[in-house]
Design a protein around this ligand. Structure first.
Ligand code: AGP
Length: 613
């Protein structure tokens, strides 16, 4: 996600825009830019954070009372000066900023290039400004707002945009679909922003644009709203009621909680343009050229650390079940020092949210030296691991600020699931019926994750029960064993309670000695797969007076009878239970940490990215 801010009025736009970008920097910070209406449209943009943009602007002409500004979180196109927003039309008369993903940008770009438009960047966004120019040229005298409306009617995907034009020096246009955008109404000026944090100090009168709506802002005139279908709308003006600090977290107390709640969107964004159930197509553009290589691989070796390692464990179960290729998962830090055997026909998949984890980067370099093919799954475009691998796919989770990884994990699992599905189909290892059943359920997962967030209340209760414990044991089988590991990691890294994740059956080979009335045991026990076996494991814990918190399929009565607490999650295919089971475990860790007064977003001793070995 990116940060957008725009201003139209009688004040100098530059200070308002720069301060607004600082307020929105948590939404994205790999590059930033500004466009000001002067004798021309003056675009100033640079790779790096907003402070680098400020340094760059010091020597520039930053006058003007109409401007747009953007801080980027790259989804298409490396973070660099050319790919930074705003993007200029070829006639240099208009500039545009965008937050979102244009799914059909390749088709639009090819057609625009055929018509002679020159592209400066390799972003998806740039197609918008050239399409607006193309439409305006074809219709002499057309209003800017009408050209934008016709452009957006051709777009598939999500957008929050703001546009200015030298031919309309007192007009600012904004439009929204799928990405947040609000309009602030000042005394005699207008503001547009991704969220209220950027404008709350100037006005509290706001209109939250809805999907498919466009705002036409003219100096000295009333705000005009219309739909992309050209229907006029009466603006519903509301009051911004929360404080500045809260706004930067969209009203959540911590970034971690905000990111837990973002998961329906971040999972959907990670599927966007890659899953088409109607056409029964799953495609990951970043690895399509390597599908044959993967299918012919001797084996797949997945490397990662921490949460990314747990995503790799899940991929092992999925790939071996669906694609029937041998998979090994390694802690990157162990892999690089144990002199591993790596064949040229191995395929290595490196998983990393930050794309900067030193151990994982070292594993990538080692595998490349041995001649293997190396793919990456990262959340940060332009990161070291993303650049070091031969190819890969980005998770579109947006910036993850909380040190404890949540939405990046489920985004990684989303991309790995898509990879397994497109490989399984290509290899012919999956029937059309089963394939369709899986992809249709995958499309429903964001909605089911949203429903699972309703377990927040019960996890708060369970947190009170756990907050003073010294230890906790997490158990799960098959797909839920990596979830047990991930749930334990969440608890220990932010609440500092010692916690271990174990395969449920493995508990009998040692950890059962730990069980007593002081030991909370969190069991992932959905009524799918090895359900009866897990029930036996729960009985074993109960007979030793362990306190049992069970994650169950909603409506379960059997596990309920033998548990001290139950947390119900929606039913889904066994392969997708991890998406849902991890939600209450994230929330549980969060609430325990809050109760214990821990620093949830910056836990002691930890860093968001471990760039040292
Ligand atoms: C997860 O909550 C931790 N913050 C940590 O284990 C993290 O997953 C690990 O350091 C790997 O980071 P990466 O995904 O950025 O490579």
């Amino acid at each position: 996600m990116c940060g957008i801010v725009a201003y139209l009025g009688n004040k100098d736009a530059y200070p308002i825009l720069i301060k607004g970008l600082h307020r929105l920097e948590y939404r994205g910070y790999d590059s930033a830019g500004i466009a000001l209406l002067q004798d021309n449209v003056n675009v100033l943009k640079t790779k790096g954070k907003v402070t680098q943009l400020e340094d760059f602007c010091e020597k520039e002409n930053v006058s003007g009372t109409l401007g747009i500004a953007h801080t980027r979180w790259a989804t298409h196109g490396e973070p660099n000066d050319q790919n930074a927003h705003p993007h200029l039309s070829n006639d240099k008369k208009m500039a545009l900023i965008h937050n979102g993903i244009i799914e059909n940008y390749q088709v639009l770009k090819a057609e625009l290039m055929r018509r002679g438009y020159v592209f400066e960047s390799n972003t998806d966004t740039e197609v918008l400004i050239h399409l607006i120019e193309d439409i305006k040229k074809k219709h002499e005298g057309m209003q800017l707002s009408e050209a934008i409306r016709l452009t957006l009617s051709q777009v598939v995907g999500t957008y929050g945009i703001a546009v200015i034009s030298i031919d309309d020096p007192e007009t600012l246009i904004a439009a929204k679909k799928g990405s947040p955008l609000i309009v602030g109404i000042g005394e005699d000026d207008f503001f547009v922003a991704s969220d209220g944090a950027a404008i709350v100090e100037y006005t509290k009168k706001v209109v939250y644009l809805k999907d498919g709506e466009m705002a036409i802002l003219r100096k000295g005139k009333e705000l005009a709203l219309k739909t992309i279908q050209d229907q006029a709308i009466t603006p519903y003006v509301q009051e911004l009621e929360i404080s500045l600090s809260q706004l930067e977290k969209d009203g959540f107390e911590h970034y971690m909680l905000k990111e837990i709640y973002e998961q329906p969107n971040s999972i959907a964004d990670s599927m966007r343009g890659r899953l088409n159930v109607k056409k029964e197509v799953v495609s990951l553009g970043g690895i399509v050229e390597y599908e044959e290589t993967i299918l012919n691989a001797r084996r797949i070796i997945i490397v990662g650390c921490g949460t990314s390692y747990h995503a790799g464990l899940l991929a092992e179960y999925m790939f071996e079940e669906l694609v029937r290729i041998p998979v090994e998962v390694e802690y990157a830090s162990e892999f690089i020092y144990r002199n591993p055997i790596i064949y040229e026909d191995d395929v290595i998949i490196a998983i990393s949210q930050s794309g900067e984890t030193a151990d994982t980067l070292a594993a990538v370099e080692l595998a490349k030296q041995k001649g293997a093919t190396v793919l990456g799954i990262c959340n940060v475009v332009g990161s070291s691991i993303a650049r070091a691998t031969h190819a890969g796919s980005f998770t579109h989770a947006g910036p993850e600020i909380g040190v404890a990884s949540t939405k990046a994990f489920t985004a990684q699992v989303t991309v790995l699931t898509l990879m397994a599905l497109c490989l399984a189909k290509r290899k012919g290892k999956i029937s059309r019926t089963k394939y369709y059943e899986i992809i249709a359920e995958l499309e429903r997962i964001p909605e089911k994750v949203k429903k699972t967030l309703e377990t927040d209340a019960i996890t708060k209760e369970v947190a009170k029960f756990i907050q003073h414990r010294q230890n906790a044991l997490y158990l799960g089988r098959k797909y839920n064993f990596p979830i047990a590991m991930e749930g334990a990691l969440k608890l220990k890294e932010i609440s500092y309670i010692h916690a271990e994740g174990y395969p449920a059956a493995e508990m009998k080979h040692g950890p059962i000695a730990l069980i007593d009335e002081e030991m909370p045991v969190i069991v992932v026990a959905p009524n799918r797969g090895t359900y009866q076996k897990v029930i036996s494991n729960i009985e074993e814990v109960k007979s030793r007076k362990g306190k049992i918190i069970s994650i169950v399929t909603e409506g379960d009565e059997e596990v309920k009878k033998i548990s001290d607490f139950i947390i119900e999650i929606p039913d889904t295919l066994e392969i997708f239970i991890p998406f849902l089971a991890i939600i209450p475990l994230q929330l549980l860790a969060y609430h325990v940490a809050v109760l214990r007064g821990c620093n949830v977003d910056q836990p002691r001793n930890l860093a968001k990215s471990v760039t040292v070995e």
